[in-house]
Each structure stands twice: as structure tokens, then as C-alpha cells.
Write a protein that binds this ligand. Structure first.
Ligand SMILES: [Zn+2]
Length: 401
């Protein structure tokens, strides 16, 4: 009977210690050719001491081993999914090794050597997989993506990135659907270690097909259209959150001065104190007072463009000529300084010295892949397309590292 039990334990060895990256300490010590391994599964939340005692390990052997593992066991409790693996000398039944996974993919081993117990932490080798999530858009897009198997953080990130290019708030069409490819990392046993990024997204919206690829750039991962144009726009159309246009670009009667003239910008009605964002990456060119404009901030951008923000109640303390700003950074607050009938932001875009309608810059992508970057993008498109043709929803395929 003991012999039979040991054979079963040996079978368990290969299941639980089959990590490819587990180095020597997790393996039987060389000077002990005969040992048995036993996997102890906690019943509910359990104590490792109780598990070892139940497996017949005398307390004087268990205690030093558990002391060595204790830094990795907060509260000295095991969760139901945290198995403890023990190794015993086959001849003497003496405890010679103990292994614990604090979380999937992390293995901590304690091994007995001459001087006492020695611990080592190793990471399981992660295998990169490509997974497919596909389905119909029925209501809230983030929820539809999640229901199709796309992890929540990836679904949120994708919808946020799309917001600038696609109106996902509009009414859902009966045939609207999506296909998403995303990375997933598993260990050698197939357990999920973590999710990677979404790498391809295809949307069918009101009969239109939109395909997007994610590519790493010096600024991090970004979404690109089929031609390699960034989904991110070089200029924010609205440099504040949830504001409504109170006066558009073009001819109008000035509300304070009373005569008709060209309105050189766009007015956004917003409560006093509303944060104002830099519409694009740039440098502060002017920060101060300009009669009718009140408190004003002007930024210069690449390509001979400028943006101007007027009637501000406050300008960011660090906003001095020469300060570099990033798109979306808060640069000031909405106010009614200068000639203004009420709190609003007067926003101007200047291209080659002339005011232009900000809507005209709306479509300028923040980045356009070129040269070697574009070649890499094309190669990746081909690889992903090949995988896509083989995958069904909820399926995965191995991906080259
Ligand atoms: Zn205005």
C-alpha cells in the first residue's frame, strides 16, 4: 500500500513541477537519488503546518522548512488554490524540499542542504499566445467586449483609444460586430499568467468596416489604421472636458463690442475653473494678459501651428514661455477675464500665421508610420492576418516570442 501511494505521488511530480524554467533547486538534490514528491492541496483556507502534519511530517522537520518559506506566506495561510509541494527522501521519509506558488507563475522552493534550509524564487517561463474575442455589439461596447472574453482592462483601453476616431455612443446597428486579437501569457501547464495587450481590432459599424492594429512606439503602444496612421489626433478638437460650443468659427456679431467681425476661434461655454488642456504637444510662447483676451496662454506646435486659450481665470504656475507641454496636460482654468459676457474658453488655432477653423485640424493624425517603422508594421499585419484566418472565437494559438 505505501508503495502504491508513492507511485501516485510520483505522477503528481510531473504535473506540478513541470515548469520549464525551474532550475536545479526545485529538482531533487543530486546526492539523493531516491525521493518522492507529494502535492498537498489546501481544503479551503489552510495552514501549511496543518497540511504538513496531516501528511505525516514531524513538527521538528516541518518547522525549519516553513520558517524558510514564511516571508512568502503573508499571514502564514494558504489559499485553496495554493498547493504546497513537498519532497521526501524515499528511504528515510525525511523532508528534503518544500515548494509553494504564491501566485501562478511564481514558484518559491525551500531545500535542505548541509547548513539548513535555503529558499529560491523562480518565475515560470511564459508562453505567448494569441487569443480571439469576437461578437455582436448589442449595447455598451465595453460590456460586449468583455462578454466575448476580452479582459476588462483591455476592453476599457480599447474603447478609450477608439473614442477619438469612432462614435461608439451612437445607436447600435443590428449587424454591428467586432473581432479582437489579444495576447495572453500561459505557463507550461497552460495556466494563465497574465494578459498582454490587444493587438488587432476590427469593427463593423453601420455597414462600415474599420480595422486597427496596435504597434509599439517610443511613447508606448498606439492604435493605427490599415495605412499606418495613428488613431490619436495631433490636435484635440475640444481642449476641455464636456464643454459645448457657444460660438463657432466665422462671421458673427461680437456680444460685447456690438459690431460684426470675423470670429477667429471657437468659444466653449464651461463653468469657471474648468481645466483647460493643451490641444497638442508644444511649447508655451505667451502666458499673461492681453487686453480683450484677458488672461491668455499661447502655445507653439510642430508644423508652424499655434493654439491660443483666452479669458482664462488662471494659468498653470509652471506655464512660462519656453515650458514644454504634452497634449492633454492641464495648462489653465476657464474664466471670464477680458471682454467676456460669461465664463467660457476662447480657443484659436493658428496655421502659418492665420487663424483657421480648429475642426480643420481634427483629422491630422498624431503619428504616421514611415520607412522601417512602416515596414515592421506591414510585416506584423501579415502575421496577425494569418493567425486571424485560423482562429475561432475563444480559441488561442501560440505566438512567436
Ligand atoms: Zn471667442
Amino acid at each position: 500500500m505505501p508503495h502504491r501511494r508513492r507511485r501516485l505521488w510520483r505522477c503528481a511530480v510531473f504535473a506540478c513541477l513541470a515548469f520549464e524554467a525551474v532550475p536545479a533547486p526545485a529538482q531533487p538534490p543530486a546526492e539523493t537519488p531516491h525521493q518522492v514528491t507529494h502535492r498537498l492541496q489546501p481544503v479551503g483556507e489552510d495552514s501549511p503546518a496543518r497540511l504538513l502534519a496531516a501528511a505525516g511530517i514531524p513538527p521538528e522537520q516541518a518547522a525549519p522548512a516553513l520558517a524558510a518559506l514564511s516571508p512568502y506566506l503573508p499571514g502564514q495561510r494558504l489559499r485553496p488554490d495554493q498547493a504546497l509541494t513537498l519532497q521526501q527522501d524515499a528511504a528515510t521519509d525525511r523532508l528534503i524540499g518544500l515548494a509553494l506558488e504564491p501566485e501562478p507563475g511564481r514558484l518559491v522552493t525551500a531545500t535542505r542542504d548541509g547548513a539548513g534550509w535555503r529558499t529560491e524564487e523562480v518565475a515560470a517561463r511564459a508562453y505567448r499566445r494569441l487569443a480571439l474575442a469576437a461578437g455582436a455589439i448589442r449595447g455598451v461596447v465595453v460590456e460586449d467586449l468583455r462578454a466575448a472574453g476580452l479582459p476588462a482592462p483591455l476592453a476599457r483601453e480599447l474603447v478609450q483609444s477608439l473614442a477619438q476616431a469612432v462614435d461608439l455612443q451612437r445607436e447600435v446597428g443590428p449587424r454591428d460586430r467586432f473581432t479582437i486579437l489579444f495576447e495572453r501569457f500561459r505557463d507550461a501547464e497552460g495556466r494563465v499568467l497574465r494578459d498582454g495587450a490587444a493587438v488587432y481590432a476590427e469593427f463593423h459599424l453601420s455597414g462600415q468596416r474599420l480595422t486597427l492594429w496596435r504597434q509599439e512606439t517610443p511613447n508606448g503602444g498606439e492604435w493605427f489604421d490599415a495605412a499606418g496612421r495613428s488613431l490619436r489626433r495631433a490636435f484635440l478638437r475640444t481642449p476641455l472636458e464636456s464643454a459645448k460650443v457657444s460660438s463657432g468659427f466665422g462671421q458673427r456679431r461680437h456680444p460685447v463690442l456690438g459690431f460684426t467681425r470675423q470670429h477667429q476661434g471657437v468659444d466653449f461655454a464651461a463653468p469657471r475653473g474648468t481645466p483647460v488642456f493643451a490641444a497638442a504637444d508644444g511649447v508655451v510662447a505667451e502666458a499673461g494678459w492681453r487686453s480683450g483676451y484677458g488672461r491668455v496662454l499661447r502655445l507653439t506646435h510642430a508644423g508652424g501651428r499655434e493654439t491660443l486659450y483666452a479669458h482664462l481665470s488662471a494659468i498653470g504656475a509652471t506655464m512660462r514661455p519656453g515650458t514644454a507641454v504634452r497634449q492633454g496636460e492641464v495648462i489653465g482654468r476657464v474664466g471670464a477675464t477680458g471682454l467676456a459676457t460669461g465664463p467660457h474658453l476662447h480657443f484659436e488655432v493658428i496655421a502659418d500665421g492665420r487663424p483657421v477653423d480648429p475642426a480643420r485640424l481634427e483629422a491630422v493624425p498624431a503619428l504616421r508610420l514611415e520607412g522601417p517603422q512602416l515596414a515592421a508594421f506591414r510585416a506584423r499585419q501579415a502575421v496577425l492576418a494569418a493567425h486571424l484566418s485560423q482562429l475561432s472565437p475563444w480559441q488561442e494559438v501560440a505566438l512567436a516570442p
